[in-house]
Design a protein around this ligand. Structure first.
Ligand code: SF4
Length: 355
């Protein structure tokens, strides 16, 4: 059982972050935020994919003003991502559910004070978003773009807000590689009670980001660090959510969906297992009930795996067995196995839901 760090709880819209709240999944739209219809379309896609919170970029006044309409019609809580211009934050704060800024980048303390006041008035939180590529000059000059530099920047910004009497914030410490990301979060964790937003920034394509994010976030989550996550992928929105949900599931943070056990195949195989597993995965994507299912190429390990699986297939020569909770329930021709297996898994999910 993983013991999570006890952090202060904040809320982004109706989504709790920190405390004992489930770890939430975030993503970001890539449309011009001022294009309201395109942005809402992307938010809807993210919602359907299983996203909990959406962030939108606010680089111009027109983006800030578009948030009035977007937040009215969005089905997800919306975070405004502000880099330098505090005026955009003041406008966005009228409508959004949270603001992402780096107080150090906003400059003059009075400007930060105004943003904090706007957030206090609407009771919305701030994310201090430290990024190794955009550290404040004083930290970059002293520490380079190191984990130490990121932690010092975060501590500086945390103090900045706390000195203003504001504690409704979370922190992210993103680098584009695994080692610095993990080191930064680990170092900062014992030094503050605020919740952490985990992510590896600019992590690359689906393949590379999945690997980097799985190592970094998997490591941190297994150490009990992390309250909300975002997977950054150069690719489609849905993939970010799919990878995020898989990381949460496979690190044991949530119990949802199928755990598919399948063998790598070897010279003993007598069936087209690669095709069968791909079909099973695709056809059972809608199942959210936590179930273990196994699809194995021959009897060597299949019967052992089937004992702990809710539903299993053990392929043989041109035929195979369907096994449910360790009991053989059918022997079928190879061509009929996947259809029956899919039906049995759907049935097992319904049975589990009704327990
Ligand atoms: Fe090979 Fe059978 Fe093991 Fe699959 S289950 S890897 S086919 S021995």
């Amino acid at each position: 059982m993983i013991k999570r760090y006890k952090t202060r709880q904040i809320f982004i819209g109706n989504v709790a972050i920190g405390g004992n709240a489930p770890i939430s999944v975030q993503s970001m739209t890539y449309s011009k935020t001022a294009d309201i219809e395109a942005t809402l379309k992307q938010i809807k896609r993210l919602h359907f994919a299983g996203c909990d919170i959406v962030r939108v970029a606010v680089p111009e006044y027109e983006d800030a003003y578009a948030l009035e309409e977007i937040t009215k019609r969005s089905s997800l809580p919306v975070v405004a991502d502000i880099h330098f211009n505090y005026r955009f934050a003041l406008i966005a704060a009228k409508w959004v559910d949270a603001i992402r800024i780096n107080p150090g980048n906003i400059g003059d303390k009075n400007r930060v004070k105004e943003v904090v006041k706007a957030c206090q008035d609407r009771k919305i939180p701030i994310r201090i978003g430290v990024n190794s590529g955009s550290l404040e000059e004083q930290f970059e000059n002293r520490y380079g773009q190191s984990a130490k530099g990121m932690v010092e920047s975060a501590l500086y910004n945390i103090k900045y807000l706390e000195d203003l009497g504001f504690t409704d914030f979370k922190v992210s410490l993103k680098a584009s590689d695994v080692a610095r990301t993990v080191e930064a979060y680990r170092t900062l964790r014992p030094l503050t009670e605020c919740p952490f937003h985990l992510g590896v920034t600019e992590a690359g394509t689906l393949f590379h980001s999945t690997i980097k994010s799985s190592i970094a976030l998997g490591t941190l989550l297994l150490e009990g660090i992390g309250d909300t996550i975002r997977i950054s992928i150069t690719g489609e929105l849905e993939k970010e959510i799919e990878v995020a949900r898989a990381i949460l599931k496979d690190s044991g943070m949530v119990k949802e969906g199928l755990n598919i056990i399948s063998c790598p195949t070897c010279g003993r195989i007598e069936a087209n297992l690669v095709k069968a597993v791909a079909e099973v995965e695709e056809r059972l994507r809608h199942i959210k009930t936590p179930l273990n299912i196994s699809v194995m190429g021959c009897a060597v390990n299949a019967l052992g795996e089937a004992k702990s699986a809710d539903v299993a297939i053990a392929y043989g020569k041109e035929s195979g067995l369907i096994i449910k909770k360790g009991k053989i329930i059918a022997k079928l021709d190879e061509k009929d196995l996947v259809d029956r297996f899919v039906k049995e898994v759907e049935l097992a999910a319904r049975e589990e839901e009704n327990v």
